[in-house]
Design a protein around this ligand. Structure first.
Ligand code: FAD
Length: 457
């Protein structure tokens, strides 16, 4: 194998794994990171617990990538969920599989993941005195030099191939291979500011428009403000889109050309499984919402009338719930309605419920009329919230869009436009559902990019 100098831009999970793999294969690596620490976003992942991966089989895994999953097949074949778990287990960090096959470190802290990666990188680290040796044949481990607080500005290309990188201060760093692993644009305070997309675009790459993925939804109803922070467990959401417009091409015989005409789409619906909902300051979040936020975003673009119907009692039919309320109200005939409802609703939600349906909270249960009971049931089984928008991309957990898949070879992660340029992680136009899929994609594409850059002639 020939000795190359490889520059990896970005020390998130994708960049760190790329650097480790290339060094394992004997190459010298310079890892550039804007932040003074490694894996800043990784530290936030899984609410600080890091949902590292998922134990689903390959085909189920690929389905969680909204149609772009096939692109990752080769990367996953090279380095998949069990390989990733083993990587950490071999280095002393145990893994635990939780509900829905989600994998977390047994320590329940994401810093234990970054600690292992840091230690591994330090194994190859050569401090500050590193001088790349580009042409020697090698067989032992390579060296890694981490340059913190260093921002890559441009990848320099000569004769169609990578020649190096310019960094902050216009300094030029020569390299034979460059791996861009700069992340998306969400949570930009972690360092993923979108700089990588600008660099890729300057080299001629198409960037599929960036949108929010796994993001909260904003709703019209003001009363949600009073519910901020409330989590509802075991609920079901139905998302409904009515009257959206799409454009479809049609033949205009008079002009003899293909035109576009807007047409009304039929009602679209998503019925979620039972899960959790979280009220935010201006809308709703939680796994069920995050999962479908991308589709809702697409519906909103078509100008549909979109709303969510929340069933807070999916285990009971309308009739069963009516019978339950009737029984409770009879038993507590002299009690105020607000006190009896405590049995079935969180306290703050009772106030909102009675305000919305305009029933006196102090009304005695014995006096509640059938029509009022029906209104309560409608609230419990079909609370309607009109969706006005998806939260800003900055607040999204992942970025949809990115470097076009058509311009990256899935077997190597190498650019089809520039020789010696590779991509890894969220920069690529793939994104997935919650459950550990996004981190696995970052680690797998990083591994493949590192290996390909190390072994390419
Ligand atoms: C709050 C939150 C929780 C999440 N939880 C999970 C979870 O539990 N499980 C899961 O699978 N996914 C989770 N994700 C998604 C996951 O964190 C990302 O998909 C993953 O971090 C992407 O990895 P990456 O290496 O491609 O990019 P990043 O992790 O964004 O890393 C990119 C790095 O590149 C650096 N950089 C950028 N530009 C430059 C430049 N020009 N020069 C030098 N350095 C640069 C940045 O500073 C950054 O450190 C979560 C995301 C968020 C925001």
């Amino acid at each position: 194998m020939h000795k190359h100098t490889i520059i990896v831009v970005g020390a998130g999970p994708a960049g760190m794994m790329a650097a480790i793999r290339a060094a394992q294969l004997g190459q010298d690596v310079v890892l550039l990171e804007i932040n003074p620490i490694l894996g800043r976003k990784l530290l936030l992942s899984g609410k600080g617990r890091c949902n590292l991966t998922n134990t689903s089989d390959l085909d189920s895994f690929l389905k969680r990538f909204w149609g772009n999953g096939q692109f990752l097949r080769d990367a996953f074949k090279k380095f998949f969920n069990r390989d990733l778990m083993e990587f950490f287990e071999k280095r002393g960090l145990g893994m635990r599989v939780e509900r829905q096959a989600r994998v977390f470190p047994v320590t329940d802290t994401s810093s234990s993941i970054t600690d292992v990666l840091k230690k591994e990188l330090e194994k190859y680290n050569v401090g500050t005195g590193f001088k790349p040796v580009p042409t020697k044949t090698c067989c032992a481990n390579g060296k890694v030099k981490i340059l913190y607080k260093t921002s890559a500005r441009d990848v320099i290309v000569k004769n169609g191939a990578v020649a190096g990188v310019t960094v902050s201060g216009a300094k030029f760093m020569p390299a034979d291979r460059v791996i861009l692993a700069c992340g998306g644009v969400s949570y930009s305070f972690t360092g993923s500011t979108g700089e990588g997309f600008k660099i890729a675009a300057k080299l001629g790459h198409n960037i599929v428009p960036l949108r929010a993925g796994l993001a909260p939804l904003i709703v019209k109803q003001d009363f949600v403000r009073d519910l901020e922070g409330i989590t509802l467990k075991n609920i079901r959401i139905k998302f409904i889109c009515r009257g959206g417009f799409k454009t479809r091409p049609y033949r205009d015989s008079r002009r003899d050309s293909t035109m576009c005409c807007p047409y009304k789409t039929a009602e679209k619906q998503i019925v979620t499984p039972v899960g959790e909902l979280l009220f935010t300051a201006n809308g709703i979040s939680g796994p069920l919402v995050l999962t479908h936020s991308g589709t809702i975003g697409d519906w909103l673009k078509d100008k549909g009338n979109i709303y969510a119907e929340i069933d807070m009692k999916p285990g009971l039919t309308y009739e069963q719930l009516d019978a339950r309320l009737l029984r409770d109200f009879k038993l507590n005939a002299r009690k105020a309605l607000k006190n009896t409802l405590k049995e079935i609703l969180p306290l703050r939600l009772i106030d909102t419920c009675l305000e919305v349906i305009k029933i006196d909270a102090d009304e005695k249960c014995g006096q509640v009329k059938q029509a009022e009971r029906r209104q309560i049931i409608s609230f419990l089984k079909g609370l309607r919230l009109d969706i006005t928008s998806v939260a800003r991309i900055e607040e999204a957990m992942v970025t949809r869009g990115g470097v076009s898949l058509k311009e990256i070879n899935p077997r190597t992660m190498q650019s089809r436009l520039v020789k010696g340029l590779y991509f890894a992680g969220e920069m690529i136009d793939v994104d997935a559902d919650t459950g550990g899929f996004n981190l696995q994609a970052a680690f797998s594409t990083g591994y493949l990019a590192g290996e390909s850059a190390a072994t390419a002639m």
